[in-house]
Structures are given as structure tokens and as C-alpha cells.
Ligand binder design. Structure first.
Ligand code: ATP
Ligand code: MG
Ligand code: FE
Length: 342
């Protein structure tokens, strides 16, 4: 069966066609990064309007590249939440309209389940059960994943998400939005050990995180140095920031693997694209004998492929998840633990 996937929870419009036999047929993505850059963050109303502008051309592109006609689609998966309400409504109303026109069922997908399952789309996928580190713009969670819909929350951030910490610290350093990739690049020019920032909750004996203090530490270090214009100092601070956040993330991943006695770690979400984090986890995996899996780089941040895939997985496990209720509801807030296995 071919599943059409639609993602519109935040500032990326993503469309994909996934065939349960042949795999991913096509995917098309438009990122609104440039639109929001001048505001230093996502403006919800602008995001909704731009989803409306982009979604139909992207649908045409995805169908064209896959050489599939709408009548070939067996079900439509769309991001039902969590995310920005107005942005979610665009994807869900388009999904409902297509479903109604074709007489095909819908399946509402949890955005984080999309991120969580995205490494299964890779060439060398992990097998259940595994530990997942979900590090995105809005979330930082460690989960034990036993199967589709069988997620146990092991720990999460008590304040800022990892991606948020990257973005806010980058902003303090005067870098462009979204700051994650920028601060990571700048850190490469930094000298390790010039500054040392705190490792929040490193020894908290649980699997929770806290990143808001790290951003404050970046601010005070910058203030003390009074060298906002000094490129090398900024690079040194970026390097100290990345070292601190990567050490905390990697240490807690190892603790989660030990606690669950599992030996596969999956890293999903935008921060999973971070090179320093990948290097650190790679070194740790070799030393401590576990394996680490990532989605393809292009599927780390938001995309339609992960939604089509998660929808297909859901339908395989629980055909009852498909529905013909074309009235649409979105869930801007939706705890992942509330998902049933079906
Ligand atoms: P959520 O999925 O929690 O709703 P989101 O969809 O906005 O949030 P993603 O698209 O998964 O999050 O990821 C975006 C985040 O990833 C941003 O905070 C961005 O700065 C960060 N990010 C992307 N690439 C990198 C990188 N190379 N290094 C560090 N952070 C990165
Ligand atoms: Mg985004
Ligand atoms: Fe996301």
C-alpha cells in the first residue's frame, strides 16, 4: 500500500509517498527558515500562511517524482500534533480534503513518533527494543522503545530542549537562526578548554536534563569577557558550549542503556545532525560496546518521509487506526506517553 505523508507542525512543509513494499518513493520539503530568520524564531501566523502557499506544489512534486497518481494512494498520514495549532490545521485539512476526494482513510500521526521511528528508514536500521534519544527543537527525551507505540519515558528536560539551548546560545553569540548548525560550525574554530561551562544535572542520578542554565552561562561568560566582537573568543565559547551539552547528552545516553540493559541507541530529531554529538557517541559506542543509529541526515529535522513511514507502521500494527472521519482535529499539545500501541 502507498501511504501519503503530510508534515506541517512547525516551519517545514513536508510531503512524502511511502510504499510498504518498495519503501520510500519520493519526498518533497520546503523549509521556511529564511522567512523566520529575520525574527530570530518561528512566527506562527507566518508559518501557517506559508504552509498554505507551499503544500499543493509540494504534493505535485512528490507525486511527479514517484510517478504515482493520487488514486494509487491507500491511506493518508498527517501530523496531528504536537506543534503550532495553525500550522497543524493546514496539513490536517489538506489530508482530510484529499481523503474525502479519494474516499481513502486518514491516520493522525504523532510528530515525535515520526522522529522516533525515522532511523528505521535508514539503510541499516535498528531492531526493537532500543533506547531512543529524541533531541529536537522542542523536546529532549530518553525513551525505551519496545515497538511501535510502546514507548516508556525514561527521562526528559525539565526546562529548555537541547535544540532550544543551541538556538538560544547561538543567538547570544550573534549567530543566525536556527543557531544549532551555526554554533556547531563556529565551535570547530574554538580552542577546547579555554572556557568551561557547567554540565547541568550530569550527576543527578536520573535521566533528566536541564539546559536553561547553560544558556545563562554562555551569557555571563560573554559578559565577563566583554568581547562580543572578538571572533576567537566567541568560537572558544561556542566550543565550550558544545562540549558541555554533548557531554551531558552522551553520558545520559550511556546511563539509559545501562539502566535498560539494551545495546542499541537511536538518536532522532534535529540535534541528531550535530557532528560533535555524533563523534562523541561514536567514540563512546566503540568503548562501551553499544551501537548507535541515526536517521539519514536529511530526515533528522522535520520532513514528510517520517510521517508517511510512521503512518504506515501504525496501519500495519493496527489497521483500526485508519479512519474516515474527515472532520479534522489537531492536538497542539500531545504527550507521547498517551499513544497506545493499538
Ligand atoms: P519538535 O520536533 O520538538 O517539535 P522541531 O521540529 O522544531 O521540534 P527539529 O526540526 O527536529 O525540531 O530540529 C530543529 C532543531 O535542531 C533546531 O533547534 C536546530 O537548531 C537543531 N539542529 C539542527 N541541526 C543541528 C546541528 N547540526 N547541531 C545542533 N543542532 C542542530
Ligand atoms: Mg523546523
Ligand atoms: Fe520536529
Amino acid at each position: 500500500m502507498i501511504v501519503l505523508g503530510i508534515e506541517s507542525s512547525c516551519d517545514e512543509t513536508g510531503i512524502a509517498l511511502y510504499d510498504t513494499e518498495k519503501g520510500l518513493l519520493s519526498h518533497a520539503l520546503y523549509s521556511q527558515i529564511a522567512l523566520h530568520a529575520e525574527y530570530g524564531g518561528v512566527v506562527p501566523e507566518l508559518a501557517s500562511r506559508d504552509h498554505i502557499r507551499r503544500i499543493v506544489p509540494l504534493l505535485e512534486q512528490a507525486f511527479g517524482e514517484a510517478s504515482v497518481v493520487p488514486g494509487d494512494v491507500g491511506a493518508i498520514a498527517y501530523t496531528q500534533g504536537p506543534g503550532l495549532a495553525g500550522a497543524l490545521l493546514v496539513g490536517s485539512s489538506v489530508a482530510s480534503s484529499i481523503g474525502m476526494a479519494l474516499g481513502k482513510p486518514l491516520v493522525g500521526v504523532h510528530h515525535l513518533e515520526g522522529h522516533l521511528l525515522s532511523p528505521l528508514l535508514a539503510e541499516k536500521p535498528p531492531v526493537f527494543p532500543f533506547v531512543a534519544l529524541l533531541v529536537s527543537g522542542g523536546h529532549t527525551q530518553l525513551m525505551k522503545v519496545e515497538g511501535v507505540g510502546r514507548y516508556e519515558l525514561l527521562g526528559e528536560t525539565l526546562d529548555d530542549a537541547a535544540g532550544e539551548a543551541f538556538d538560544k546560545s547561538a543567538k547570544l553569540l550573534g549567530l543566525a537562526y536556527p543557531g544549532g548548525p551555526e554554533i556547531s560550525k563556529l565551535a570547530e574554530a574554538g580552542r577546547p578548554g579555554i572556557f568551561r561551562l557547567p554540565r547541568p544535572m550530569l550527576h543527578s542520578r536520573d535521566l533528566n536534563f536541564s539546559f536553561s542554565g547553560l544558556k545563562t552561562a554562555v551569557l555571563t561568560t560573554l559578559g565577563k569577557e566583554k568581547t562580543r566582537e572578538n571572533g576567537q573568543t566567541k568560537a572558544d565559547i561556542a566550543c565550550a558550549f558544545v562540549d558541555a551539552i554533548v557531554e551531558v547528552l552522551a553520558t545520559k545516553c550511556l546511563a539509559a542503556l545501562r539502566q535498560t540493559k539494551l545495546d542499541q541507541l537511536v538518536v532522532a530529531g534535529g540535534v541528531g545532525a550535530n557532528r560533535q554529538l555524533r563523534d562523541a557517541l561514536g567514540r563512546m559506542a566503540a568503548q562501551k560496546h553499544f551501537r548507535v543509529f541515526y536517521p539519514e541526515l536529511e530526515f533528522c529535522t522535520d520532513n514528510g518521509a517520517m510521517i508517511a513511514f510512521a503512518g504506515a507502521m501504525r496501519l500495519k500494527q493496527d489497521p483500526g487506526a485508519a479512519h474516515y472521519d474527515y472532520g479534522f482535529t489537531v492536538r497542539p499539545r500531545w504527550p507521547l506517553e498517551e499513544l497506545a500501541a493499538g
